[in-house]
Write a protein that binds this ligand. Structure first.
Ligand SMILES: *[C@@H]1O[C@H](CO)[C@@H](O)[C@H](O)[C@H]1NC(C)=O
Ligand SMILES: *[C@@H]1O[C@H](CO)[C@@H](O)[C@H](O)[C@H]1NC(C)=O
Ligand SMILES: *[C@@H]1O[C@H](CO)[C@@H](O)[C@H](O)[C@H]1NC(C)=O
Ligand SMILES: *[C@@H]1O[C@H](CO)[C@@H](O)[C@H](O)[C@H]1NC(C)=O
Length: 513
């Protein structure tokens, strides 16, 4: 026994030495808390005085310093973060009840406005130096809960709306964000930085935004939990937009519970975003955390869309992994309705769905409105942004990546006949597609791998949750997505949480080249 303990100690020291020499693996200050703490564990450590918010923040600043040169997940660190952590610690002396986010460092995608020393640029140099009128509503909610605003996370520039040639996770300000599991693999976008940072434990949690796939996809490939809320559940005011009809703000966490704790704080009605007033009826009085139930799969009716989603190579690792998951879902009491099909799915997933047409016109209107509200800004219109990119073509890598999506949008003239037809087509595709299917089979959720379902969720403003589901042989992660009808977050959270607890797939990043 004694000698084997001795051997273990030597091996542990060797591993430590090797890790210290490796560039990618950060050593961190020793604290009374495990390496990847959950929000609940942190709050317990706070309460028992094993840890305070200032110490926790130092740990995250340390990890950002070590890992960010490799991962490029963070554009800016908040110079006031230490001050906020200190205030949170002082408040603990006098107060007794706290939000679960009190003293917790949270990162924001760089399209989410803060009225402080941080810039809000959607990754573009064109917005550097702009001054926003106020914090985004979701940031106001985070601050009210006592969260520490850690900084801004990288993204696909303009949330992926500049050009199809722009690589996911790349922006002129942030450079190329990298997947912490396999550095050469895509981190996906557009909320790449928030997903990478949470995966690599450079923040406890982060906010991203999704118009079509921008939370679900990076969550899937970076092996974190991402919640894309129903449109209107979270306010978009103060967020650099693509389309008020499809945009939604949602959390990333390493666990379903962490993401849900953040969701509970950021949902709510905002007079500056009318969609939130209509969606407020969906918000449960006692919060979403009540739906973190171990038996959450019991009696849930889950629709499996095989074709084209589960067509992997025969006998592939993924096929085996998902077949295993289906067994687990059944074992935990879910009723699987297999081999379902959404009507006109190929049309929904194609360029002909009307989505591109509508988004082009909506982006111009929404962006111009956002820019016109800024207190100061180098650009006031989409036309200014396009001209800026031409003037700064080197820094914005214009010849490599272009700005086709921006110029196509600039050429639109509002919501005219063509756009109205596109909007009508999308609402019909939703009504006779996913809505009809879910009602016919009385489904609680649809189950799909990765992020291929996102156009369906996007055009109808439907919610989805991505949970880690496995890893390819080469180490690249993949997720499982549970999607549902508007306002079905309570059910989706029950399903996602019970699945996560039954499988516990996520493991820390491997930093493979
Ligand atoms: C946080 O904890 C550290 C270590 O115990 C201590 O030095 C520091 O004063 C604490 N900070 C606050 C604001 O309580
Ligand atoms: C915001 O951008 C300006 C201009 O580049 C820079 O000087 C400043 O440091 C940035 N703010 C933060 C918090 O990084
Ligand atoms: C919200 O709706 C009201 C009433 O229809 C309208 O006057 C107002 O301009 C809308 N606000 C926004 C931010 O869209
Ligand atoms: C897998 O094998 C079955 C039976 O041989 C075949 O019908 C099916 O088309 C194959 N699927 C793929 C994706 O190769």
């Amino acid at each position: 026994m004694a000698s084997s303990h001795h051997l273990c100690a030597i091996v542990a020291i060797l591993v430590l030495l090797l890790n210290n020499r490796g560039k990618c693996i950060a050593t961190q200050p020793q604290l009374g808390i495990k390496a990847e703490p959950t929000i609940t564990e942190i709050q317990q450590a706070f309460t028992s005085n094993k840890l305070n918010s200032t110490q926790l923040l130092h740990l995250y600043l340390h990890r950002i310093k070590k890992l960010n040169p490799t991962l490029r997940a963070v554009i800016e660190v908040n110079p006031l973060a230490l001050h906020q952590a200190h205030s949170a610690d002082l408040q603990r002396i006098h107060k007794t009840t706290f939000s679960p986010l009190h003293g917790i460092p949270v990162l924001l995608k760089d399209n989410i406005a803060t009225r402080d020393k941080l810039n809000t640029t959607a990754g573009s140099l064109a917005l550097l130096g702009s001054v926003v009128p106020r914090d985004a509503f979701v940031v106001q909610m985070l601050r009210r809960a006592g969260a520490v605003i850690l900084g801004k996370a990288t993204l696909s520039e303009w949330s992926g709306f500049r050009s199809d040639a722009c690589p996911p996770g790349w922006s002129a300000r942030g450079g190329q964000g990298n997947n912490p599991y396999v550095l050469s693999a895509t981190p996906c976008g557009s909320s790449s930085g928030p997903a990478i940072a949470v995966a690599a434990n450079m923040a406890v949690a982060a906010l991203g935004s999704e118009t079509d796939g921008s939370i679900i996809c990076p969550a899937s490939v970076n092996s974190v939990v991402g919640i894309k809320p129903s449109v209107g559940l979270t306010s978009r005011s103060g967020v650099v937009p693509i389309s008020p009809r499809q945009d939604t703000i949602g959390p990333f966490g390493r666990t379903v519970a962490d993401a849900v704790h953040v969701l509970d704080v950021i949902v709510g009605a905002d007079p500056r975003d009318n969609a939130t007033i209509a969606a407020a009826k969906f918000i449960p009085v006692n919060g979403y955390k009540l739906f973190l139930k171990l038996d959450g799969l019991k009696g849930k009716r889950l629709g499996i869309l095989r074709d084209p989603f589960f067509i992997f190579a025969n006998g592939s690792l993924r096929t085996q992994v998902f077949e295993g998951h289906f067994k687990t879902l059944r074992r935990k009491g879910a009723i699987l309705i297999d081999n379902l099909e959404i009507a006109n799915l190929n049309l929904v997933r194609s360029e002909m769905s009307g989505e591109t047409t509508a988004l082009s016109a909506e982006f111009k209107l929404a962006l111009n409105a956002y820019l016109s509200e800024l207190i100061e800004s180098p650009v006031r219109t989409l036309a200014d942004v396009i001209a800026f990119n031409k003037r700064h073509s080197n820094e914005e890598m214009l010849s490599e990546y272009g700005q086709d999506t921006l110029t196509i949008s600039q050429n639109t003239k509002g919501i005219k006949k063509r756009e109205k037809r596109a909007l009508l087509l999308m609402s019909l595709l939703s009504k006779y597609g996913i809505e009809k299917l879910m009602k016919k089979h009385k489904l609680d959720a649809l189950v799909t791998p990765g992020s291929a379902i996102t156009p369906v969720l996007a055009i109808g403003g439907y919610p989805g949750i991505s949970v880690p589901a496995g890893y390819e042989k080469d180490g690249i992660p993949f997720g499982i997505c549970f999607g549902g009808l508007r306002g079905s977050e309570p059910k989706l959270i029950e399903i996602a949480y019970a699945f996560e607890q039954a499988t516990k797939i996520r493991r820390p990043p491997s930093f493979l080249p």
